[in-house]
Write a protein that binds this ligand. Structure first.
Ligand code: OXD
Ligand code: MN
Length: 589
């Protein structure tokens, strides 16, 4: 008698018609076999799926070049098929479930012909965690199979864990033919199902990541009383050895990975890494908020990563670990056979080919590495990995940071008066867009809790859910709005960022631990400048003030934009958030 899992795999094979089916077991031998297949058998355009890089400086590393039209998440082709449009909300594309499935069934019919179907059993979360979920993804490309091995806890134990159960999370993925008119990333939250065709790009193809751990999981969390968030998880150790755990939501390509691996410039302070992208937040038995990272890998933006901006990431990439490290759409230093990207340490190598494999030199006005080129690496390679990383219960959170990329208006750090006000600070967050998704870069859009592309249901209800969570918390974390990106009159960043962000984190944990006061302003609490550790920084006095400047006039346009955004959610928008909005208007007047 076959299990529900085996039956489901057979059904999908009947539809997709692969040459063969390969059940991945997570073993080391298998990692090599999959990479071999990607280097010798499978191709995307004219390139093999993997190119072996020199292991001298970049141990166990491989380059992958994606299809040139397939380099970022495609939000316009991403659908959340809730039972009705209103449940999905104006923040999601929606299609009727039956219609969506008919469309996908047609596109999927025979899509794996001539290819292998890989069956990937994986856990999101530690297998002993009460918060973990068992999942299975099907795919037809070795790149996705190898990436999922790095990003999740994958292996045959999960098949045993699923056993005769039918409630595992299902993911169907195929590269399709890369035609953007036949590319869809569709979610069926009521069935724990993700169905993605036509793209091999990370967020579209590694279905445990954005698709399950954020879009579907946020819906599960709404129903079950927890939160699935686009957040970093870190422990901040102070000179007394006390570790305060904090999460931080920042939109894609706004420095989450740098924050997660921050190398402190303040003596005695240290940041411990637990996650750089996703946090599942549950209320623990003691009524505190606990965070786990459902992933075990880092899928970070390569350009700009260097010993100056993120030395711990460079060390992670140069560590020989159990898993291979992948580089996707970076450039290649041909002579050294090493990855290369803009912002890497050292001189530009002499003989470079760009992310598409075309000859490149610095006099060209194109980038060698794609701006959204990525590395995929095991978190266990990280020298800053927290010793609590594998704690099945997670870590208790004392502060939540909610941020965006704003060159104007928003102060470096603002503390919320209370949880309700904090939810409003998150809900009103705006951010200038980046290359992580296929759209125009640098345009202001609302990014509540950095979740605009990832919230799997109506965002008005999501704000309501955040408000409700605190009613069950005995010690709600303090909430802070942060913005590292404000510029001066010449358009230069005022705050140095990167490792210097420890100075802001220090103030935050000082507030959490009741060590310093704060100033009241119309928009929230900001630091007394004397409480910020600024020694050794070279910020002109006028600019320092600008970092915290609140210009009531400039806020009028912002208020208008926030109101337009909130209004879309109609009756789903909680009245508490509108009250907060009104108080902000009154305070600014
Ligand atoms: C990511 C993203 O890949 O947010 O993490 O786009
Ligand atoms: Mn992300």
């Amino acid at each position: 008698m076959s299990t529900p899992l085996e039956k489901w795999v057979q059904q999908q094979a009947k539809l997709t018609k692969p040459n063969d089916i390969y059940w991945c077991d997570g073993s080391e031998l298998e990692a090599h076999r999959l990479i071999e297949i990607g280097m010798k058998k499978e191709k995307i355009e004219q390139h093999n799926v993997f190119h072996e890089l020199s292991h001298k400086n970049w141990p166990n590393s491989y380059l992958h070049r994606s299809h040139p039209t397939d380099v970022a998440r495609t939000e316009q082709l991403t659908f959340v098929c809730q039972a009705d449009k209103e449940t999905s909300g104006p923040n999601n594309n929606w299609m009727d479930t039956k219609q969506a499935k008919e469309k996908l069934t047609k596109l999927t019919d025979g899509c794996m012909r001539g290819r292998t179907m890989y069956v990937l059993p994986y856990m999101m979360g530690h297998p002993d965690s009460p918060y973990a979920k068992a999942c299975v993804q099907l795919t037809d490309v070795s790149y996705v199979a190898v990436s999922m091995r790095i990003m999740t806890r994958m292996g045959k134990k999960v098949v045993e864990q699923i056993g005769a159960r039918d409630d595992f999370v299902r993911g169907i993925h195929s590269l399709g033919d890369f035609d953007v008119n036949r590319r869809f990333i569709m979610h069926f939250p009521d069935e724990n199902l993700v169905w993605s065709i036509g793209s091999g790009y990370g967020g579209n193809a590694l279905l445990g990541k954005k698709c399950f751990s954020l879009r579907i999981a946020s819906w599960l969390g709404y129903q079950e009383g927890w939160l699935a968030e686009h957040m970093v998880i870190i422990g901040i150790e102070d000179p007394q050895g006390k570790i305060t755990y904090v999460t931080a939501a920042l939109p894609s390509a706004c420095g989450k990975t740098n924050l997660a691996m921050l190398q402190s410039t303040l003596p005695g302070y240290k940041v411990w890494t637990l996650g750089d992208d996703i946090a599942w937040l549950n209320i623990g038995p003691d009524g505190r908020l606990y965070a786990i990272n459902p992933e075990v890998g880092l899928f970070g933006v390569a350009p700009g990563t260097s010993m100056k901006t993120n030395p711990n990431m460079v060390r992670t990439l140069k560590t020989a670990g159990f898993y291979p490290t992948l580089f996707t759409n970076t450039a290649l230093d041909v002579d050294a056979n090493e990855p290369w990207w803009e912002g890497m340490d050292g001189p530009v190598p002499k003989n470079v080919v760009d992310w598409q494999g075309k000859s490149w030199n610095s006099s060209l006005d194109t980038k060698a590495a794609h701006p959204n080129s990525r590395f995929t690496v095991s978190i266990y390679n990280s020298p800053t990995l927290s010793k609590e990383f594998d704690n099945p219960n997670g870590v208790p959170i004392s502060a939540i940071l909610l941020g965006g990329r704003r060159t104007q208006l928003i102060p470096l750090v603002t503390e919320a008066y209370d949880w309700q006000h904090g939810v409003f600070l998150g809900a009103r967050t705006g951010s200038e867009t980046t290359a992580a998704a296929a759209h125009q870069v640098g345009v202001l859009r609302r990014e509540p809790m950095a979740m605009t592309p990832f919230c799997g249901y109506n965002m008005g209800d999501y704000f309501g859910h955040w408000l409700n969570i605190s009613r069950k918390l005995t010690q709600p974390p303090k909430i802070f709005a942060v913005n590292w990106f404000r510029v001066d009159d010449d358009g230069r960043f005022i705050w140095p960022g990167f490792g210097e962000n420890i100075r802001v984190l220090k103030w935050i944990i000082d507030r959490v631990n009741g060590r310093v006061g704060a100033q009241q302003t119309p928009i929230g609490l900001i630091p007394h400048i004397k409480d910020l550790e600024l020694e050794g920084l070279n910020i002109a006095k006028g600019n320092l003030e600008k970092l915290f400047e609140i210009d009531p006039q400039a806020w009028q346009a912002e208020l208008q934009d926030i109101e337009t955004f909130f209004s879309q959610f109609g009756r789903h928008m909680p009245s508490e958030i509108w009250q907060q909005y009104k108080s902000l208007g009154t305070n600014l007047r």
